[in-house]
Design a protein around this ligand. Sequence first.
Ligand code: NAG
Ligand code: NAG
Length: 467
Amino acid sequence: MMNPKRETRKLFPGAYFVFFFYVFVLCARFQPSEATKDLSVGQVKLQNHGLGSSVVFPVSGNVYPLGYYYVLLNIGNPPKLFDLDIDTGSDLTWVQCDAPCNGCTKPRDSQYKPNHNTLPCSHLLCSGLDLPQSTPCADPEDQCDYEIGYSDHASSVGALVSDEFPLRLENGSTMHPHLTFGCGYDQQNPGPHPPPPTAGILGLGRGKVSISSQLSSLGVTKNVIVHCLSRTGKGFLSIGDELVPSSGVTWTPFARNSPSKNYMTGPAELLFNDKTTGVKGINFVFDSGSSYTYFNTEAYQAILDLIRKDVKGKLDTEEEDKSLPVCWKGKKPFKSVHEVEKYFKTITLRFGSQKNGQLFQVPPESYLIITDKGNVCLGILNGTEIGLESYNIIGDIFFQGIMVIYDNEKQRIGWIPSDCYKLPNLGQDYGGDLSEEAYPRGFGLIGELFSGTDSSKNKNLASDGEL
Ligand SMILES: *[C@@H]1O[C@H](CO)[C@@H](O)[C@H](O)[C@H]1NC(C)=O
Ligand SMILES: *[C@@H]1O[C@H](CO)[C@@H](O)[C@H](O)[C@H]1NC(C)=O
């Protein structure tokens, strides 16, 4: 556990006490994959909702070497663009805060500048959170401070603020809901990896403070999140249900014992090469904030043994390459995972019953990476080493080349193979490749539209002259 007694700071004079909460989330952001081919699957059929309201964002990133996928999001009026790591493993969205900031990776003019828009600790999203170490709200006017810790030991301390999020919906309407997020003025990153260069985190978990929960409670979108991450560094994220295909999706319900904030599924059985491994009854948390997948002791040992048996005599163990704990080398450096996939078998997670199971299939290219030294490494890591105990986490590496749907309305998770570098054909606006032309600034959100518009309603940022 982390030290919850970090110094907090008043963003504005006049707030005497600080309401403080602390969250530990299952989310690991590590280095970590590789750009290769995508499953070629035809354009999926979409549910016909008529005029719907979803927000769609192009996604950039990769598992290795970047280790994260991000969207560009406008916040404020006038709007400022922030790159945020998409994280279905945590709820709170936060942005590096010019308060001023410790441990920020962005220059000051790329940080968020609060403007008397902190939330009081009496606010539902502050006091209503079920936090392990929340303290009573001493004065309802106190600033609501937060501390969030991630399983890679990175952390952010800041204050909750509320500001406008200019969004363009699929139905053509533009909206500017006020959403709550963290202004993070103290980031720490004690782990072995450099701090992520993004301006912050886009929290898409199940809790009330997550962006999708807020949009849904404001009636803007359904509380459904879709992400599609390609191996080639592109993809898309959508909030709302318009991109959900009407058929072909494999659905599994949230686990009955799921923690209220995580997308936990299961129990599931682990198969290797379509055969049982004897590992069953395990739960999986779907977490886009984790680059890699983490198995518990039993599952990790089982998979490692089976893979080692298969590659014995074909590939040599490589111990110099520190990219990941388990690597192999060939006679010559590998350029692509396709050169080695013949040595590896498909891993399958079977949810539900043996007869009527829902299969989540992971081909070798979705659990291996090729490092910059040309070695092949296993993208499934030992969860016990980062203190996950009984948890298993499915991270970005397993999500490549599939559309993953987090359906909070029906309490289920779905997946379907997909061309993630293409947006599903919703209409004239969004068809075609996600090329640079299809990626205008402000796509899925509004940029230009906002400068110079009437801002008299927006007491907090109206005079802030930034951008
Ligand atoms: C689009 O959806 C939003 C949110 O549901 C709604 O408020 C708006 O009226 C819709 N616009 C059109 C043109 O239907
Ligand atoms: C996983 O990590 C734990 C804790 O460090 C260790 O005891 C265990 O042996 C590891 N398992 C494997 C297969 O390396």
